[in-house]
Design a protein around this ligand. Structure first.
Ligand code: ADP
Length: 634
């Protein structure tokens, strides 16, 4: 360490990401070049964008480019760009910490075993640290555009890095890799050319390298150096689809998202007419770690091939923040700012296109998957991103119908060969509905097991009516927003009346029962007056003695609980207690003369109805006392 160098330690999570990258990607180490070139291209994009308004920024160094410099004697490969550069603080911040809080949290939550899993890399992004796949030491020298200071960052990835003042004549960044002994092939022309061709051909800036050419024979033999451009240097999305193969699309996605996995699917489109734009949008296979960050979108905005901004939220609705890609507009002004974007009509048009193309792509994938939800690409997508689509139903009114068709739920319908985990959509549900069934039934609970065991669906199942099993918190709000599908009302098994088909004979029997049990219902009502609104006979139970239901249109107990947990102050809503007239317990109640025993039984019925829906008894101590008494007497 020289006298002027300052030593800094890496943030703990950096060490972990570093070892995750280095250990798990070792056999794919050639990706380092894609990652570093992609960072260099981003630095050029950012400079180019700032130069639109800061006219002196480029100075005499106007030709933006990436250079690869091989130094055989020193054993180094340098990736050089004349882009935006980094200040001292940026070098420390960008290369020594993980600024993204989601990434840090995720890293902290992983077990040692999970940290060995390669697929996780996709969630972090490979990035700069991939330099250590091929280098045992990395030196980064950078000068920020507009500044005359340069700084060098150096690390051997052993937990710390050094930073010290440096000399650099022009703005930009040099990333110098001190190649490991078994990576010396990257000092040769062809291995480097091959890797650039394979992974970075679509980079929109020229990638140059000096090569030696020998001409002549004997005494005339001459070795000259010449500079060659290694890539086509044309943005991928501007090329005709017919010229782009799947591998190029995949590599472009990886460099754009720093995802380690291939994309699940993509759509490359051109819109012409009053507004013109080109878009290339991707769906990831796995939810990236920062999906929770609502302010991010993974779409870059370009205007006439000039990069304008990352994470352009103005052109992607929040629910669709899983989409990665680029949109290149011909109509927006080059000096467009976030403020202009927010008000501009073109922005709204672009956003509409992004939504439309994303939905079309999802619809295509959904059509590809077998109707019984056999795990195809759509199933993979849905299991990662279902919440986003549901948010879309809630917020994106003009796409509600299309989104509703894309929703999938667990269900009581079990086709042969399927398992518990099979998902179904509303359209398939409707197609299976028997003629006498008028509504789409669902039940919401905290887990799949609880939903399946819910007493509320007993009679529905006996009638052979399928019930959708909803387990995500957002589900009930989604259903409230939708209200119906294809003209069929969405009906909660735990709300209002179920309107099950019944014969005249059944009706008469029910009326007679009601008359007979009226005194019991009134006594139960009196005993539970402080808790329940009414007590009535049920038509939804077959095996359980009692259940609690909400009024049609009211919030469910679960929704209330979720809101209370989120800090909302909701008044207690009394619900309806339904009793099963066929159940022995209810019949026994009829003959229970002793008032205090009757009150205990009524309270127990109420508490077990709460338990069955996943709530706690109103007074747990009283509940256990009553239960113990009952057992002692039984
Ligand atoms: P990511 O690119 O996903 O943000 P990286 O680890 O690859 O993560 O890079 C971290 C940050 O370092 C980048 O976001 C960028 O700000 C900065 N950086 C990396 N390479 C360069 C470069 N060649 N020029 C300027 N900044 C760079």
């Amino acid at each position: 360490m020289s006298s002027t160098a300052e030593k800094h330690t890496f943030q703990a999570e950096v060490n972990e990401v570093l070892s995750l990258v280095v250990n798990s990607l070792y056999s794919h180490r050639e990706v380092f070049l894609r990652e570093l070139i992609s960072n260099a291209a981003d630095a050029l994009d950012q400079l180019n964008f700032r130069a639109l308004t800061e006219h002196d920024l480029l100075g005499d160094d106007k030709e933006l480019r990436i250079e690869l410099v091989r130094d055989e004697a020193a054993g180094t490969l340098t990736i050089r760009d004349n882009g935006i550069g980094m200040t001292r603080d940026e070098l420390i911040g960008n290369l020594g910490t993980i600024a993204r809080s989601g990434s840090k949290k995720l890293m902290q939550s992983l077990s040692a075993e999970q940290k060995k899993d390669v697929s996780l890399i996709g969630q972090f992004g490979v990035g700069f640290y991939s330099a250590f796949l091929v280098a045992d030491a990395v030196t980064v020298t950078s000068r920020k555009a507009g500044s005359d200071e340069a700084w060098t960052w150096r690390s051997e990835a052993k937990g710390d890095f050094e930073i010290q003042p440096a000399e650099r004549n022009e703005r930009g960044t040099d990333i110098t890799l001190h190649l490991k002994d078994d990576c010396k092939e990257y000092l040769q022309e062809w291995p480097v050319r091959d890797v650039v061709r394979k992974y970075s051909d679509y980079v929109r800036w020229p990638i140059r390298m000096q090569v030696e050419r020998t001409t002549g024979e004997g005494d005339d033999k001459k070795t000259e150096t010449e500079t060659v451009t290694l890539n086509q240097a044309r943005a991928l999305w501007t090329r005709p689809k017919s010229e782009i193969d799947d591998d190029a699309y995949k590599e472009f996605y990886k460099s754009l998202s720093h995802d380690w996995n291939d994309p699940l699917a993509w759509t490359h489109f051109k819109v012409e007419g009053t507004h013109e734009l080109t878009g290339l949008l991707y769906l990831p296979q796995k939810a990236p770690f920062d999906l929770v960050d609502r302010s991010k979108s993974g779409v870059k905005l370009f205007v006439k091939r000039v990069f304008i901004m990352d994470d352009a939220q103005e052109i992607v609705p929040e629910w669709a923040r899983f989409v990665r890609g680029v949109v290149d507009s011909e109509d927006l002004p080059l000096n467009v700012s976030r403020e202009i974007l927010q008000k501009d009509a073109t922005t709204r048009f672009i956003k509409k296109q992004v939504v439309n193309k994303t939905l079309s792509l999802l619809e295509e994938l959904a059509a590809e998957d077998a109707p019984e939800g056999e795990s195809g690409r759509y199933d993979t997508f849905y299991r990662e991103f279902s919440r986003n689509l549901k948010e879309g139903v809630y917020h994106q009114h003009d796409a509600r119908e299309r989104l509703a068709k894309l929703l999938r739920f667990h269900t009581t319908h079990r086709p042969e060969g399927s398992d518990d985990d099979t998902l179904t959509g509303f359209a398939d549900y409707v197609a299976r509905m028997p003629a006498e069934q008028k509504s789409i039934y669902y039940v919401a609970a905290d887990s799949l097991a609880a939903a399946k065991a819910s007493p509320h669906i007993e009679a529905l199942q006996k009638h052979g009516f399928e019930v959708l099993l909803m387990t995500e918190t957002i589900d009930e709000w989604v259903v409230d927003a939708l209200r119906e599908f294809d003209g069929k009302p969405l009906v909660s098994a735990a709300k209002g009346a179920l309107d099950l088909p019944e014969s005249e004979e059944d009706k008469e029997k029910k009326e007679a029962r009601e008359k007979e049990l009226r005194p019991v219902l009134e006594r139960v009502q009196k005993a539970l007056d402080e808790h329940v609104k009414t007590v009535r006979l049920t038509d939804r139970l077959t095996d359980s003695p009692a259940c609690l239901v909400s009024e049609e249109g009211a919030m469910s107990a679960r929704q209330e609980r979720v809101l209370r947990e989120a800090g909302h102050d909701l008044p207690e809503q009394k619900r309806i207690l339904e009793l099963n007239p066929e159940h022995t317990v209810v019949q026994k109640l009829q003959n229970l003369a002793d008032d205090s025993r009757f009150t205990d039984w009524a309270a127990l019925l109420y508490d077990q109805a709460l338990l069955a829906e996943g709530s706690l008894p109103s007074d747990p101590a009283a509940f256990s006392r009553r239960l113990t008494d009952l057992m002692a007497n039984g």
